[in-house]
Write a protein that binds this ligand. Structure first.
Ligand code: BG6
Length: 504
């Protein structure tokens, strides 16, 4: 046996307890605004197809797409098939029988978002669909369009009488809105106010697809369904935490959007803060959506303001050549920072966070580094502190690094890694986040969607960091494609005596 070894955990069991089974989705029509767009073709339609294949869609169900270019139902269906065949996780392997049955429930209305006539046509179409598919007047609207169009679409839907309040109990209307939810705190707040004029909070589903990932949801289960970790989950035992969201991908085809957004708004304000909130939060009273979200809001609210010397911005070489990106762009494609949490549990525990495009590879993880033991026994260099890694993606799983005696007559300490991989432990790959979130929308479960105050707190924290950078003049440090940020990113942790964990 070498001094470093990996132990794999292979068996998992799936609970049969009916209390932990999800409720069935309700009959409804899913109305997708922007059905010919990238998100719908890449994610939403494939997610629906996979749900159809798993027999998880409601019995009475239909999809109606709304878009300027969705003029011909057959042409749209063909286009969606091509996208599913080339872009989905079942690419090249779409089951034609399942597909045909599913796509027969997909219809469309062509029209412009500002044309009241188009909404009248949409209303008529939905009434026909209710007749044909038994969808009972229930509507799940999905705004898969640019955020500037949200208020207009919502107002038009309301004027056409297509949004009914939750107090109406014979049918329901819910709205899923895509990120980015605002560009900063003020714009998010005004968007939230506009949305609140038309919808009640419990009808508003702000999507953050990271919350639909099994590994993100498992943070709650892992922390609160095990006896052995939670007692250690605080400043007494944890030395520091590293959170990484690395992508090998570059910004291609979305230059104009990305240049206005940058990694801070694209990944950190939403995906990473959501993950971090689940790691930092106190136990909720129950798994009820609002109880969980109450605790997440508190966690985000506890983040201390981050001084400029604790933030590193970077841009990969070649980014400025991407179509749509300004020649003098200072937009960060990479950020690293040191965070502090102002509460009792996390007092003095630094959290290092980094996210970026064009890095060494794809790797999203949370690594909990425990404090070293008082080492009187094994010599100076022998011990490495324990590290618990929540591997969000890829190779979804959890691993625990600990010390062990190397077999032999001497006492020599080796380092081993105990691993759980979802694909092996439960004999299945975690499903796609959009599948879960679409079903939750159909069930009326808001737990995995961001509440208004969560979005607000996340902006309140990141706004000064981004505005501080945007108000400055200094050139942005660069990094080569395939490197993990500029040199200053490594220094940020080295000055505290640490190293980043390797990517991948
Ligand atoms: C999106 C961002 O929200 O998340 C993209 O806009 C990013 O830039 C993507 O690539 C990452 O999602 P995932 O699920 O592939 O990690």
């Amino acid at each position: 046996m070498s001094e470093n070894a990996t132990i794999q955990i292979q068996s998992g069991s799936v609970p049969e307890d009916p209390n932990v089974k999800a409720t069935k989705p309700q009959s409804c029509v899913l109305v997708i605004f922007g059905i010919t767009g990238d998100l719908a073709r890449r994610k939403l339609i494939p997610a629906l197809y996979h749900l159809a294949k798993a027999n998880a869609l409601p019995e009475n169900f239909a999809v109606v797409g709304f878009s300027r270019s969705a003029k011909d139902k057959e042409a749209l269906r063909e286009r969606l098939y091509e996208s599913a065949q080339t872009l989905s996780r079942s690419k090249g392997n779409i089951d034609r029988e399942v597909w045909d049955k599913f796509i027969a429930k997909v219809d469309c209305v062509a029209g412009s978002g500002d044309d009241p006539g188009a909404y009248a046509r949409l209303r008529e179409k939905l009434a026909q669909v209710d007749e044909e598919f038994g969808t009972q007047g229930n509507r799940l609207y999905y705004l898969s369009v640019a955020p500037r169009l949200f208020p207009m679409i919502l107002n038009q839907l309301q004027d056409a009488g297509m949004i009914y309040p939750p107090s109406q109990t014979d049918r329901w209307a819910r709205v899923i809105v895509e990120k980015p939810f605002g560009h900063d705190r003020a714009s998010a707040e005004s968007l939230n106010s506009l949305v609140a004029e038309v919808l009640e909070e419990r009808q508003t589903y702000r999507i953050d697809h990271y919350l639909g990932k099994e590994t993100v949801q498992n943070i709650l289960a892992f922390r609160f369904a095990n006896a052995i970790f939670e007692p250690l989950w605080n400043y007494k035992y944890i030395d520091h935490i590293q959170v990484t969201a690395a992508e090998g991908l570059q910004v291609k085809g979305r230059g104009a959007f990305y240049d206005q957004t940058g990694v801070g708004r694209d990944i950190i304000q939403n995906h990473l803060l959501q993950i971090l909130a689940l790691v930092l939060m106190e136990p909720p009273v129950s798994l009820d959506g609002d109880h969980v979200r109450d605790q997440k809001v508190q966690a985000i609210r506890s983040l201390a303001p981050v001084p400029a010397e604790d933030v590193v911005f970077g841009q990969y070489e070649g980014y400025k050549e991407v179509e749509g990106v300004a020649q003098d762009s200072r937009t960060p494609t990479f950020m690293a920072m040191k965070l502090k949490v102002n509460n009792w549990r996390w007092n003095g525990v630094p959290i290092y966070m980094r996210a970026g495009k064009a890095m060494e590879g794809r790797d999203t993880e949370v690594a909990i580094h425990f404090k070293p033991v008082p080492n009187y026994l094994f010599g100076d260099k022998a011990l490495k502190p324990n590290v618990l890694v929540l591997q969000i993606q890829p190779n979804e799983g959890i691993s625990l690094h600990f010390s062990s005696k190397v077999p032999g007559e001497d006492i020599r300490i080796g380092h081993v890694e105990m691993q759980m991989r979802y694909s092996e432990a439960f004999d299945r790959q975690p499903g796609d986040a959009y599948e879960r979130l679409l079903l939750d929308g159909m069930r009326g479960d808001t737990t995995l969607f961001a509440r208004r105050d969560e979005v607000d707190e996340a902006w309140a924290w990141i706004d000064p960091i981004l505005k501080g950078w945007e108000g400055g003049q200094e050139p942005i440090p660069t990094y080569a494609v395939g490197e993990n940020g500029p040199e200053s990113a490594a220094k940020l942790v080295e000055r505290d005596g640490y190293n980043w964990r390797p990517i991948g």
